[in-house]
Design a protein around this ligand. Sequence first.
Ligand SMILES: Nc1ncnc2c1ncn2[C@@H]1O[C@H](COP(=O)(O)OP(=O)(O)OP(=O)(O)O)[C@@H](O)[C@H]1O
Ligand SMILES: [Zn+2]
Length: 754
Amino acid sequence: MAVAPPPSSTHASGADQPTTGGLRVPVLLPMPFTGPFDYKAPASMALKPGDIVSVPLGNRRQTGVVWDTHTTLPADLAHPTPAKTVADNRLRAVAERLELPPLNAELRRFVDWVAAYTLSPPGMVLAMTLRLHMKGATPAPAMGWIAPPTPPEELRLTPARQKVLALMADGSPRTTTDIASAAEVSAGVVKGLADAGALRPVLLEPASPFAQPDPLHHPPVLEGAQKEAATALRHSVQDKKFSVTLLEGVTGSGKTEIYLEAIAACLEQGQQALVLLPEIALSAQWMDRFTRRFGVRPAVWHSEIGQKARRQTWLGTADGSATVVVGARSALFLPFCNLGLIIVDEEHESLFKQEEGVIYNARDMAVVRARLAGFAAVVVSATPSLETLANAHAGRYQRLVLPTRHGGASLPQTHLLDMREAPPERGLFLSPRLVEDIAATLGREEQAMLFLNRRGYAPLTLCRTCGHRMECPHCTAWLVEHRNRQVLSCHYCDHTEPMPPVCPNCKTEHSLTAIGPGIERITEEARQSFPDARILVMSSDTLGGPAATAEAVAKIARREVDLIIGTQIVAKGWHFPHLTLVGIVDADLGLGGADLRAGERTIQLLHQVAGRAGRASAPGRVVLQSYTPEHPVMQALLSGDFDQFMEQEAEQRRPGFWPPYGRLAALIISADTPQAADDAAARFGRTAPYGEGIQVLGPAPAPLAILRGRHRRRLLLRTWRSIAVQPILHRWLGLVPLDRHVRVEVDIDPVSFL
Ligand SMILES: Nc1ncnc2c1ncn2[C@@H]1O[C@H](COP(=O)(O)OP(=O)(O)OP(=O)(O)O)[C@@H](O)[C@H]1O
Ligand SMILES: [Zn+2]
């Protein structure tokens, strides 16, 4: 049941006063309300903006944050909510100020900004910052022992006891466990000494779990372009001003090595650094690299670290003890107290876009956080997005380029295999020429990799008798066969069903047929072609988590694997020195559909996979299987001229004001019934904004017309770059009353058009 919130008052204007004394204070709660609520602050609490407090809400207690009494948003984004002032005598009082570090002004402004930009309730953005359970968040201090200057007179001294007293003679406090292991005695000895009065209990400061990275631990030797780039990055950090730098370089050119120098500069000036990776769970090798450079591991933030680690890292960023954090996009909302640098590695990755809840792009919001707080951001890629390239061309971003691979390694040679000329045998998917190439590679005792971005055995199951297709009952999607688990499953929702023995439509037996390949099927084919090869399959189905991934990567490095078969996981920045051949099973996949960025995204992904080949002394080869070798994407992969391809992309997008030359915002309307969805979509269509430089496309059924049982319609607002979409959207949304069953999602700068 919904709790009736206390009446709200968002102070759209007002003096910039500290909210001390027995006053009313606005408190932002991590919930989908339009703004903060007013509470009464007992004078004794002396509350200030940023303090984390517990307040009554309905008949519960809720954690919230004392918010600012005025907004600092630019006019484009400021969206004043009508202030409904509650009489003083009806205000409820703040219950308690929690013993937690307050959220600083920088972070509060960032929360407001992201909320306004994405049209999300500010409380939902705050929720991403407060995502730890606040209860009991201060860890209990540990107990330890200290030796008094003189031991008690009648102490019986055994050899074990002497060892302990010798250890403790330096006067430092230690825990029982530490004493027992350092003096090589049992815990009983420690207890005996304590009982005899030879050790006294002390409270230990809660130890920070974060060791400090040492910028001088193991610096690399840099020359030429690497040295220039590292120097430029160091300077932008040392400037302590807002700047964005694009660090662009071919795969294996040392981009990671170079941006670690920016982190070193940041550490040298006593500031914190944040590194955002698209898939932190896959970062085993990255962690090792960091450790080699700085001597210790960084703090890590992603959805799979436990509750305790989350709490420690959250507190560590707030008190400054966590100096370098590497994380997934949500790390952007950690309460850093002294952040001086954000790095976004693989900035072109669509995984930086969060598609649920608060819909935001972590790459873009990282730049916003850097701008609001005045420090350097670095975005890194071998194949930068058109958005970032346009920013570099316009001079908004500094651009640094590493043109060659490190250590004399050459870029892999690319071969286009025209599948119309060299088709595989019926029912198979690897061209005989690719099979020969793999055989030759394995014969030289080098490693090969097959890439196909499709999980499971087959993307479609069809009845040969009646043509029935196995579809998800809840989504507009085919069911994907997973033969290892003997199920059909939907890749858009949780639906999974056993493989039926007969066609559910015509009841014919043995008539259901797998159409097309997934990596399970490619693995089956590879096992037949290379019965002696040691094959490792890498996909989210076979790699349970970060530990399993790390183990798989270690196996490859130890050369216990000959052939790697994987989905996009294999593209992720790995450095496999013995890998010399990469075969792309279906280079055309991903080019179908009407996605604005299909070409750009395909070239980025395939370039990255290709970049795994030949990173050490032996030269690498990449074989692309394609039915459309004349396609500009294939030709660009063949020539390696990424810049020219991106220029052509730019020319195609410019005239129609497609991003980055215009702005997009999508409305996704969903409802329980097609009728309700159509009605609501039509109302949005009728009230659509218009004007010079403003256009609305749709409504139209979404490509995923049904998702988890909800019927979806889309509208797309496209404007000139000079026009802010937020005020237009606010007005538009205000014009259309919706009934309870209809939901509207706003997606600013959409990446997915499904
Ligand atoms: N100056 C250097 N000194 C020693 N080793 C280096 C240096 N520069 C790069 N390397 C090594 O070369 C390899 C490739 O470098 P790195 O992984 O940084 O490249 P990258 O551009 O980030 O690659 P990718 O885009 O493919 O992920 C790594 O093993 C790295 O340790
Ligand atoms: Zn489904």
